[in-house]
Design a protein around this ligand. Structure first.
Ligand code: RB5
Length: 159
């Protein structure tokens, strides 16, 4: 699948919807497939409701990547990382965004709508989408995170 064909799920709360809408317009212009779970306006909503929908869409393979925006990006990151298989990274600059892909294979990008402006948000998103996972020693480390998750699920299931 080429980069331009990636499917990206979007979610935001009232503090992130404006940045989300701006990034959505760019994604659509650039040819990405977009699945927008909202929110679509300034009415107060709860960020975990949107984080759950986006993270689940990524986790089950309905989309390739997720983008979440709340006021700081912190709540969205915490919530998304509760979903199995999700590696959500909160990024406020391009370098962190690149590293989150290259070293951590992040599959969800979180942004702070009250901290990150449109141009910076766009630069971060583009870098994040266009950077590949480096694999190698980084894959061994990411595998350890996945193993932590599997161990926790086994412990919960009592198996
Ligand atoms: C909403 O006021 C705010 O708490 C939310 O957008 C986010 O920043 C939470 O982490």
């Amino acid at each position: 699948m080429s980069g331009a064909m990636l499917a990206v799920a979007l979610g935001a709360d009232h503090a992130g919807w404006e940045l989300k809408e701006a990034l959505k317009a760019w994604l659509m212009d650039a040819g990405y497939q977009v699945l927008d779970f909202g929110a679509h306006g300034p009415d107060s909503v709860d960020y975990p409701d949107y984080a759950a929908q986006v993270a689940e869409a990524v986790s089950v393979g309905k989309v390739d990547r997720g983008l979440l925006v709340c006021g700081t990006g912190i709540g969205m990151t915490i919530a998304a990382n509760k979903v199995p298989g999700i590696r959500a990274a909160l990024c406020g600059d391009v370098f962190t965004a690149r590293m989150s892909r290259e070293h951590n294979d992040a599959n969800v990008l979180a942004l702070g709508g009250r901290l990150t402006g449109r141009e910076t948000g766009l630069d971060i998103l583009r870098a994040w989408l266009e950077t590949s996972f480096a694999g190698g020693r980084h894959a061994l480390r990411v595998d350890k995170i996945s193993e932590m998750e599997r161990g926790l699920m086994r412990a919960r299931a009592g198996t």
